[in-house]
Design a protein around this ligand. Structure first.
Ligand SMILES: Nc1ncnc2c1ncn2[C@@H]1O[C@H](COP(=O)(O)OP(=O)(O)O)[C@@H](O)[C@H]1O
Ligand SMILES: [Mg+2]
Length: 299
């Protein structure tokens, strides 16, 4: 569905996307993770054919993004990072006006819009002015708008940012339904649990590059191991872990020990090491993310 090779984007002399390659299969749900400034939005905008590629190649539906932007756009739906709805229109008008960009006959568009309002549960807000919608409703309306042209590919840039848990779950549920109906879904997210739950495969980006690629579980196993034992940090404990050549990271007054066998590590610690408190838990994408991109804050 999407094939990128050496995809690069410069803004003057700043390299926002630095020669990345990836392939997204038809019917997949694919996630782009990474801290602020990693290059996710820039990558999404190149896929949307609204930001020209500096170098490398990018094919969508087997068409080149530079030579066939119109054809590609007509087959694709987009939920951009920023809410760019028309605030002076009602919910219904926002969808109808958008349908005109795709030359959908009026009657067909009316039918589709009603169906989409129902799909995102906004039927009772049909005639409400868009500016008075809550954040979650605006996000749902943008999702509905992205579906007006019945796209085969849906691109979502931070679809659930700032939403409450109910609104997030509703959007996830809708995305799963779309995937079930054969739509290829590409999303970026800060919410790692979201990506872990939804995506078949993902990449983690940082500083314009791809650091890892794979299914959530394979990425977790490869980069941290399936489990994490957390223990209080003592110099003697670190010595003890070094003797065993355990893989660990010190995080403040805690030590994270990465392992595929938490029970074995826990037994070793109890028997051989001076330890007061510890607990074991399954590793998550968040552990991978922090391990790969560091704990320093990004603005
Ligand atoms: N239009 C632009 N002009 C100049 N620099 C930009 C522009 N858009 C993004 N950048 C820069 O490119 C880098 C990647 O940004 P972006 O793709 O928005 O990252 P992300 O979505 O992962 O947070 C950042 O350093 C950002 O400041
Ligand atoms: Mg972004």
């Amino acid at each position: 569905m999407i094939v990128a090779e050496g995809l690069t984007k410069y803004f003057k002399d700043l390299v926002a996307v630095n020669g990345i390659s990836f392939t997204i299969e038809e019917g997949e749900m694919f996630g782009f993770l990474g801290p602020n400034g990693a290059g996710k939005t820039t990558t999404m905008r190149m896929i949307q054919c609204v930001s020209p590629v500096t170098s490398g190649s990018l094919k969508i539906f087997d068409m080149d993004s530079i030579s066939h932007p119109r054809e590609i756009k007509s087959l694709m739906g987009v939920v951009p990072q920023e809410n760019n709805l028309d605030m002076d229109f009602t919910v219904y008008e926002n969808l109808m006006v958008y349908s005109r960009y795709f030359d959908i006959p009026r009657e067909e568009a009316e039918k589709k819009v009603e169906e989409l309002l129902d799909f995102v549960q906004l039927t009772d807000k049909r005639d409400t002015m868009t500016e008075s919608l809550s954040g979650g409703m605006k996000r749902r309306l943008i999702l509905a708008r992205a579906l007006v042209n019945q796209p085969r590919l849906l691109i979502l840039d931070e679809p659930t940012v700032g939403l409450d848990p109910q609104a997030r779950h509703m959007i996830w549920d809708r995305l799963r339904l779309l995937k079930k109906n054969g739509v290829t879904v590409v999303l970026t997210s800060h919410y790692l649990d979201e990506v872990e739950k939804l995506c078949d495969r993902l990449v983690v980006m940082d500083y314009g590059r791809i650091l890892v690629e794979g299914s959530p579980s394979s990425v977790i196993e490869e980069y941290v191991g399936s489990g994490i034992v957390e223990a209080e940090n003592y110099p003697e404990l670190l010595e003890c872990l070094n003797r065993r050549e355990a893989s660990y990271e010190v995080i403040g007054d805690l030590v994270h020990i990465y392992t595929n066998d938490p029970q074995q590590i826990a037994e070793y610690l109890t028997m051989k090491c001076p330890i007061s408190k510890m607990s074991a838990r399954p590793a998550t994408l968040e552990d991978v993310f922090l391990r790969l991109t560091g704990r320093r804050l990004r603005e």
